[in-house]
Design a protein around this ligand. Structure first.
Ligand code: MOS
Length: 745
């Protein structure tokens, strides 16, 4: 494994940073096509039932209205046909709620009609003139109530190794129930789609998505088109956090409208619609027990979970996974069931189920540490394992103990009181807390086109998207490192399904997957250059490729630095303007599959609780990542800080609220759904082990997107316990949950 050449990386800037801050970078809704029409949804005002009559007569006569599309006049969509035998063979049934298809209402705020107009203003003005008459049905949106009835639960998945509920027989055990409300991704950029048909069978989409290839394939399967006739462009994505990992109903809606009126159509969701139409972290209930012997060895872990899904689709995530393998423990049992409610379908939200599960697991370990009168970090070290106890494979690398050492030192762990509520500073109760996060580190398939021009410029292309973490930058760094050439001469192009196929950006997999393909493409190019030099440059006659290297834009002999040729000169010699290769990188090799790979994190919080009113101020955060080699230090640090902000939101502020009498979300705005304020996000120290995981992939880099958030909420609740002696297992923590009454002004 070679190290990063620091002379190349001195300019640690985001390669797309300037364009993003000066406004040149275009996001989906900013595109404007000739003759474009504007569409808006009319949404349901009941949670469940059917539409007896939808009166559009008044609305359609409004100025500028081109069409109002709803179940009664919606053109047939091949993928909407539920009968497999009737669908053309390249068509799959649309997964989930079929927008504009039938008169059924499945959740409050469901689109029931699409108004298409010559302007956004005219489209909006017509919304209130569309009148729906409903046949209302009984519905349920109340998770806390519905989960108590066992008949409401479905699709349980059980796991057991050793003896079930063994934890209860131990000298020291804890058991607790944990509740996390629905949280919403709420990326800054609104979801938007611009659909444009060139004839019957060719569709172009500008779409906010985390996966241009995934959107391409979904829309091709839905409308019965060949993949290459669907182009999806998502050059810049203003945040996703998981919400862009599938195509939601607004995407086919824009396509249907564009086809029906034979004009490009732009459909942008409103901020309130971002709370109900593009997924959310499902509400969850968990019961977790851990039992240990007197020395602190974990003997049994039991983890039960329920999370909500919609009535029309099952969504399941990794809530109970970490409990199976993060610590050494012989007896583990888990059970995970779904609770369908009359809501839209949830989806992965940053850290997904693992963030939910690690909140419970990392809280319970903290609780157990007090019972054992043992330091919680020592307790974790005591139960450390280098072999995954679930699949028995060794971790490709695990350096979590280095994270503990750094975090303890940096947060001042030695000042942590062992008796909760015993430390005061300036009249405030002070607490320290920590937690661990873990997420799978994968490596999938990706193709990269690499083009080296005779002016020395290097272009790389892949149909991945970048929802914000800085993929263009990290891929450019990987290429600069592999080619040993200046990053300024490299351009990485992404965000277009026409480019060589790449993965969706999700599951912390982009750097490993696309980065490995970039690395392979560079090495293939270097091999090609060496072969060309041997063939064409007399100086290299008789030298083997192994004895040569490519660096500083030259092909050079390893043994004689005077035997060299400029790459541009070599291309001229070959009479070639450029070398143009497309290289496919596969998933893990047989050698890499002998290991199990994860990224790890640990988080440290020092906070103050005001004893008068229970308000919490986080004073300091240290967050550490064990994710192999860090490719792009600046953007990696930003990712970790972003995870901390998300974690503070999860711990202290975020909760989707419902009026269960109507099934309506009551806080669908940034004014009422609180993401952390700048003043709530303290100084954050970010540290990485930064050691290449050589067993994982060729570049030694694992993902950090999820581990930045996973576990964080528990560091906060653990610190609150340390400060007050109050264990909060229901997020978010409010003064009421600490026993304080809210004083109304
Ligand atoms: Mo992430 S929840 O895999 O976008």
């Amino acid at each position: 494994m070679k190290s990063i050449n620091n002379t190349i990386l001195l300019e640690d800037e985001r390669v797309d940073g300037a364009e993003k801050v000066n406004g040149k970078a275009k996001y989906t809704a900013e595109h404007k096509l000739p003759n474009m029409a504007y569409a808006v949804f009319v949404t349901s005002t009941i949670a469940k039932g059917s539409i007896k009559n939808l009166d559009i007569t008044k609305a359609i006569a409004m100025p500028g209205i081109l069409d109002i599309i709803y179940y009664a006049n919606c053109p047939a969509v091949p993928g909407y046909n539920p009968i497999a035998a009737e669908r053309p063979k390249n068509v799959s049934e649309w997964r989930g709620f079929k927008v504009l298809y039938d008169n059924k209402v499945r959740f409050f705020g469901q689109p029931i009609a699409l108004i298409v107009a010559d302007s956004f203003e005219n489209a909006n003005a017509a919304i209130r003139f569309v009148k729906a008459e409903y046949e209302v049905e009984k519905f349920e949106t109340n998770f806390d109530k519905a989960r108590l009835e066992p008949a409401n639960l479905k699709a349980p998945i059980n796991y057991k190794r050793g003896t079930e509920k063994k934890f209860k027989e131990q000298a020291f055990f804890v058991e607790g129930e944990y509740n996390i409300p629905i949280e919403v991704h709420n990326a800054m950029e609104l979801f938007a789609t611009i659909a444009y048909w060139e004839g019957e069978d060719k569709l172009t989409l500008y779409d906010k998505t985390q996966g241009p290839k995934s959107t391409q394939s979904t829309m091709a399967r839905t409308f019965g088109l060949v993949d290459k006739n669907v182009r999806v462009i998502a050059e810049n994505v203003g945040g996703g956090f998981g919400s862009g990992l599938r195509s939601w109903p607004h995407v086919p809606a824009a396509c249907i409208a564009a086809k029906k009126i034979n004009r490009p159509v732009k459909l942008v969701l409103t901020r309130p619609q971002m709370f109900s139409l593009v997924g959310y972290r499902p509400q969850s209930w968990q019961k977790l027990g851990i039992g240990a012997d007197a020395a602190g060895n974990f003997i049994g872990i039991s983890h039960e979970a329920i999370s909500n899904t919609s009535r029309y689709e099952d969504f399941r995530e990794g809530i109970v996974e970490a409990s199976k393998f993060l610590y050494a423990c012989e007896n583990v049992d888990t059970k995970y069931s779904l609770l369908p409610l009359d809501l839209s379908t949830p989806i992965w939200m940053r850290g997904p189920g693992e963030a939910t599960g690690c909140f419970a697991l990392e809280s319970a370990i903290d609780e157990l540490s007090y019972k054992l009168k043992m330091d919680p970090i020592q307790l974790r070290i005591k139960n450390f394992t280098a072999v995954n106890p679930e699949n028995k494979l060794p971790f490709s690398d695990i350096n979590i103990k280095d994270c503990y050492a750094y975090g303890m030192e940096k947060i001042g762990w030695k000042n942590r009181p062992t008796i909760p509520g015993s430390l005061k500073e300036n009249g405030m109760l002070i607490g320290y807390g920590m937690s661990v996060g873990v997420f799978g580190a994968g490596k999938g398939t990706a193709s990269v086109r690499i083009v080296l021009s005779n002016d020395g410029k290097l272009l790389l292309e892949c149909a991945v998207s970048d929802m914000g973490p800085g993929t263009m930058t990290s891929m450019s760094i990987i290429a600069a490192d592999a080619m040993q050439m200046p990053i300024q001469k490299i351009k990485f192009k992404l965000g277009d399904s026409d480019l060589p196929p790449g993965p969706s950006q999700g599951g912390s997999g982009t750097t490993s997957t696309v980065g490995s393909a970039v690395d392979l493409a560079c090495r293939t190019l270097q091999q090609k250059l060496k072969e060309m030099a041997i063939q064409l440059a007399p100086a290299f006659a008789g030298i083997t490729a192994d004895a040569m290297e490519v660096k500083n834009e030259m092909v050079i002999s390893k043994t004689d630095a005077n035997t060299k040729i400029d790459i541009s000169a070599l291309l001229k010699l070959a009479n070639q303007e450029k070398i143009d290769l497309t290289i496919a990188s596969n998933g893990k090799t047989a050698a890499q599959l002998k290991f199990t790979s994860n990224s790890f994190s640990s988080h440290y919080v020092k906070l103050a609780v005001n004893p008068k009113d229970g308000s919490i101020k986080i004073l300091e955060v240290v967050t550490t990542g064990d994710a192999g080699k860090i490719i792009s230090p600046k953007t990696a640090r930003s990712q970790m800080i972003g995870g901390v902000v998300g974690g503070i939101g999860m711990a202290l502020t975020e909760k989707l609220e419902f009026d269960h009498a109507s099934g309506q979300i009551t806080n669908a705005s940034f004014g009422a759904y609180h993401v952390p304020l700048h003043s709530q996000t303290p100084k954050t120290d970010v540290w990485f082990v930064n050691k290449p995981d050589v067993n994982m992939n060729e570049i030694g880099a694992k993902g950090i997107g999820e581990i930045a958030l996973i576990g964080f909420a528990a560091a906060v609740t653990n610190a609150v316990y340390n400060a007050t002696g109050k264990r909060v297992r229901d997020l978010p923590i409010t003064p009421e949950k600490l026993g304080y009454k809210t004083v109304k002004a």
